[in-house]
Design a binder for this molecule. Structure first.
Ligand SMILES: [Zn+2]
Length: 215
């Protein structure tokens, strides 16, 4: 077997190892390998390299998969933390309300009660009293300061001569700059009342808005 022949065969070996050479070349290489130990050794080496490369590929893919899995876990964890934080934040946001300070927000100017021609009383809010209405919401309260909801359906006529209202605002609204994005609001209140008052939770103070508080 000539050295020149070996060179030619070795050029073909990588293709032969990958089974991509022509049928004719394959036959020639196989015939040569059966007689040439050196070229057989060469093919063995090549096959080993291919096997190692394949193994490296697999471990690289495994690493990438692992990274993707870890990425998913991190993303899910982050989402859960954000969600929990959001819910907690919302809870804190919702529970920390307080009465709008009557003096500080000068409610004497922006909150008043009007009686229409049919004797119905309306709570009218403008300016500060209706500013950032998403932060401020009217709450009807009885004379003991107990809140009874927006429409005052459980008002105890026997017990109460007056009608209380308070403007609840979230505490957070006290921290952000007070912006005037107000629009006028009117809320129907009861008609058979002696007086209507603004009730300030924080100071337990009543400010009469309409009528006269019975002595
Ligand atoms: Zn050879």
């Amino acid at each position: 077997m000539s050295k020149q022949n070996c060179d030619m065969i070795r050029d073909l070996l990588p293709l032969y190892a990958d089974s991509v050479c022509s049928e004719e070349s394959k036959k020639a290489v196989t015939a040569h390998l059966s007689e040439c130990e050196e070229c057989r050794a060469m093919l063995n080496k090549l096959n080993q390299k291919v096997a190692v490369a394949a193994e490296k590929d697999i471990s690289a893919i495994k690493k990438i998969k692992k990274r993707i899995r870890l990425g998913k876990v991190a993303a899910i964890t982050a989402a859960v933390i954000l969600l929990a934080g959001g819910l907690f934040g919302g809870y804190i946001w919702a529970v920390t309300d307080c009465s709008m300070d009557y003096e500080k927000y000068n409610l004497a100017e922006s909150l008043h009660v009007e009686e229409d021609s049919e004797g119905t009383l309306w709570l009218c809010m403008e300016g500060n009293a209706s500013a950032l209405s998403c932060y401020v919401f009217p709450t009807i309260s009885d004379t003991d300061g107990g809140h009874m909801g927006y429409e005052n359906q459980t008002f105890n006529k026997e017990k109460k001569a007056g009608f209380g209202v308070t403007l609840k605002m979230f505490r957070i609204a006290k921290l952000v700059p007070w912006q005037m994005s107000s629009y006028e609001q009117r809320i129907k209140v009861r008609s058979d009342l002696d007086y209507v008052f603004y009730y300030d939770d924080a100071t337990n103070t009543e400010y009469v808005l309409w009528g006269e508080k019975p002595a």
